[in-house]
Design a protein around this ligand. Sequence first.
Ligand code: NI
Length: 138
Amino acid sequence: MTHSELKRFGVSMDGHLLNQFDLFIRNKHYQNRSEAVRDLVRSALLDQAWEDDDQEVAGSILLFYDHHHRDLQMELTEIQHAMHEMVLATTHFHLDHENCLELIVVKGTVRDIKTYSNQMIALKGVLFGKFTAAPLKG
Ligand code: NI
């Protein structure tokens, strides 16, 4: 494997946009503009990978829900059994008397994981849900 050479390129933008960018850099604690630009480019490329449903990814589904909701836990369990081949691990946190946080670590194609995560997120009683992943190479 060869090391990729560091290359430079110039960027022009209007002063207002640059001021906003510098504020963003301070808030995010980046050391310099180059570091921030690299991260933004990586993030944009990652977003693009989401458009390809056949892409193999590894990631997580985060669910935040009220466990008092009728039948919710049973429905969540059923969906997770249906997708068992994609589930690497599940962790459940009892946050307080009502709220639960569940983290499901998954691996599979974007299409398959999205199908199941959308089903879970749409359930009544699920207050927040998010599927995040990074593409797997090869
Ligand atoms: Ni709980």
